[in-house]
Design a protein. Structure first.
Length: 462
């Protein structure tokens, strides 16, 4: 059966047979088990990897999930390394193509949910405390009419304390709050986090200056403000058209809320989350590259050989040019685009991004849109140089991996095509069947198209 539909699920998926052996596991499941897919599917028992607190599961010879689907049980487990975790367990028995019973086990990490629940619970408790104090303040307001002059000084002090507490709560969130009107002018009241996030004091400034927008972006944002206050469309439909991020050596998420005659901008620093996401994606691409390297070693080696020749020849052809008029833009684009496609097919993320950067630097010449040819040519040369440096850095960083899988080993004898043709011609003269000579020529000098397209097919299916 084809279990590839589970490959990219965020839940860990395991397929077991009646002996409890792991027949299939996706990458998430392998991560849970602190192992690899290859090792887990090599006659490993699920019960040897995961030691759950509950002992009535079918893989422990129990009844839970053995005959009928079971779901929703949260349980803690311990791995052979001693590390622990907590997951939600779902078990579903099914018949395979041979009418034998297999079990599908799905594990969902609930540790993050518990942490978020605790965080929101703490925040809610803090808010409820403030609400309680405000309710108490309301009761005390009823006594103002009886003894207002006597209580005004005490009440002022109490309100000041309440305001200080609210300000403290707002500041502790680490978010920037800015209020601006239909003219784009910011209120003098804002949270201190704004000074850290935007590196300026927003009070009295125009919001587009706070966000450091370009001339074109400023005009677009002004039109957006006009549309919001004209009530031409519901605000919920318009707010997605405003700037959504602010980036000055950090990643700031921007959200907008309309309150009467003002707009509240909430700025949240999500730099850590962004970096964590990028690191996770980079690690995922690295794993994909290694898997493709192992399964397509010969093609990967050929790709590296072509890549090295291309970057060296590209640098040689480009770096000494004095005029962009001598650039063969279409030929350059074809070579760089082919290199980019091959790098993406093998999940060589670093090389793919650098090749994309070189293409972007070539576009002003390719589409004849350059306003400063000398400056753009200098930038293009720098990008070509960076591509070469990135390639050799990529080789150096992955040298141990390449040696481990034997990509640097020679597994064939080298000879020229002319020598092969000469040998085949002599064999034909000696009476060897021409059809057999043709098959031998195809075998020695060509690569099956299915082998060439294999990594591209894998990339397309992702």
């Amino acid at each position: 059966m084809d279990y590839s539909i589970f490959d990219n699920l965020m839940d860990g998926v395991f397929i077991l047979n009646k002996e409890g052996l792991i027949l299939y596991v996706n990458e998430t499941g392998a991560t849970f088990a602190e192992s690899s897919i290859k090792r887990l599917t090599n006659k490993k028992k699920f019960s040897d990897i995961f030691k759950f607190e509950s002992q009535d599961y079918m893989f422990y010879q129990g009844d839970w999930g053995k005959e009928n689907p079971e779901s929703g049980r949260e349980d803690s487990f311990t791995l052979p390394s001693g590390n622990t975790g907590r997951v939600r367990v779902n078990i579903h028995p099914f018949k395979n193509s041979k009418h034998q019973t297999n079990w599908l086990i799905m594990l969902r990490d609930v540790a993050l949910e518990e942490r978020l629940h605790k965080k929101y619970h703490d925040q809610l408790a803090a808010k409820e405390q403030v609400i309680g104090e405000l309710k108490e303040a309301k009761k005390q307001l009823e006594n103002y009419s009886k003894n207002l002059e006597k209580m005004v000084e005490e009440r002022t002090s109490e309100l000041q304390k309440a305001n200080n507490m609210l300000n403290a709560i707002m500041e502790s969130l680490g978010q920037g709050f800015i209020v601006f009107n239909e003219k784009g002018l910011c209120s003098p009241i804002y949270t201190k986090a704004c000074e850290v996030i935007f590196n300026k004091k927003p009070g009295g400034m125009f919001i587009w200056d706070v966000l450091s927008l370009s001339k074109e972006e400023k005009e677009t944002f002004q039109k957006w403000i006009q549309a919001v206050f004209s009530n031409a469309l519901p605000f919920k439909d318009l707010k997605e058209l405003a700037p959504q991020t602010y980036s000055k050596n950090s990643y700031i998420s921007l959200e907008y809320y309309k309150i009467k005659d003002n707009i509240v901008l909430v700025a949240t620093d999500k730099t850590k989350e962004k970096k964590a996401q990028e690191a996770l994606e980079k690690e995922k691409q690295y794993v994909q590259m290694i898997l493709k390297l192992i399964s397509n070693k010969k093609l990967f080696k050929e790709f590296l050989e072509r890549a090295e020749k291309m970057v060296l020849q590209l640098e040689k052809d480009i770096l000494h040019l004095s005029s962009p008029s001598k650039l063969n833009t279409e030929e350059l684009f074809r070579k760089i685009h082919t290199f980019e496609g091959e790098a993406a097919a093998f999940s060589a993320c670093t090389l793919w991004k650098e090749a994309r950067s070189v293409q972007e630097a070539l576009e002003p010449f390719r589409f004849e849109t350059s306003n400063n040819p000398e400056k753009d040519l200098h930038q293009f040369k720098n990008k070509v140089k960076q591509l070469k440096e990135s390639y050799f850095l990529f080789i150096k960083e992955n040298e141990k991996i390449f040696k481990a899988v034997g990509i640097e080993e020679e597994d064939s004898l080298k000879t020229s095509k002319d020598e092969v043709y000469e040998i085949l011609f002599k064999l034909h003269q000696e009476g060897l069947d021409s059809s057999f000579c043709q098959k031998l020529q195809d075998h020695l000098l060509t690569t099956p198209i299915k082998d060439i397209l294999a990594p591209l097919k894998q990339e397309a299916l992702r």
